[in-house]
Design a protein around this ligand. Structure first.
Ligand code: SF4
Length: 209
């Protein structure tokens, strides 16, 4: 398995799985998911230690350098043990640089960027994000809140609204839920995805994808 490129520290800014290059650009989150490895003091995901020593996270140049040649990978995926959209301007600039090199870009997100920034940021993804995968995680607010423990009120509805809006600007949008998480009705999640007009993807706990 290719080694991570770490230009200025031992941090794993980019890591390779399934022929894709994943970007780990922050450890901050809007959620505090009970099932998250980091809340169980585990920072290793599929053999990669995703703890970042610099709380601010890597800069644009460092991230782009860590990718290497984006054309060596099926896609570049913003997905680490943190919420990439909390570094919105940095994330978009990295996407822009990589798109210029011909990369295909996916963003895995909690879908709470509009709630965090208190404005509709979804148009800013146009032309930069090719695929969006939003963690729906549950079929209703009560189950969502129990598992995801959002720091902000209204997170479940904000996530659904983000998905609806993002469809206009991102070519492929999907939502995910984790199979086997207590109280989560996977079939109901799938039906909600259909109603939203997006693809549904069933995930398994602790598997990055
Ligand atoms: S959004 Fe992801 S990284 Fe953040 S707490 Fe939840 S599972 Fe962990």
């Amino acid at each position: 398995m290719p080694q991570s490129i770490t230009p200025s520290a031992d941090d794993t800014i980019a890591y390779t799985l399934h022929g894709n290059r994943y970007l780990n650009i922050t450890t901050a989150c809007t959620l505090r998911c009970a099932f998250c490895p980091k809340f169980n003091k585990v920072w290793e995901v599929q053999g990669y230690d995703l703890k970042l020593s610099d709380k601010a996270g890597p800069g644009v140049e460092e991230i782009v350098a860590a990718v290497g040649n984006p054309l060596d990978y099926h896609e570049i995926v913003f997905c680490g043990l943190g919420e990439s959209t909390l570094r919105w301007p940095v994330m978009l600039e990295v996407a822009r640089r990589l798109k210029d090199k011909g990369a295909s870009i996916r963003l895995n997100t909690d879908g709470l960027a509009n709630l965090v920034y208190q404005r509709d940021v979804t148009p800013e993804m146009a032309g930069l994000i090719d695929q969006l995968s939003v963690s729906m995680n549950a079929h209703n607010e009560e189950v969502y809140n129990r598992h995801c423990r959002p720091k902000k009120a209204g997170a479940f509805d904000a996530m659904l609204d983000f998905v609806r809006r993002a469809r206009q600007y991102v070519p492929e949008v999907s939502v995910t839920a984790i199979d086997g998480l207590s109280g989560v009705d996977i079939e109901a999640c799938e039906a909600m995805a259909q109603a939203l007009g997006v693809t549904f993807r069933r995930r398994h706990l602790d598997v990055v994808g």
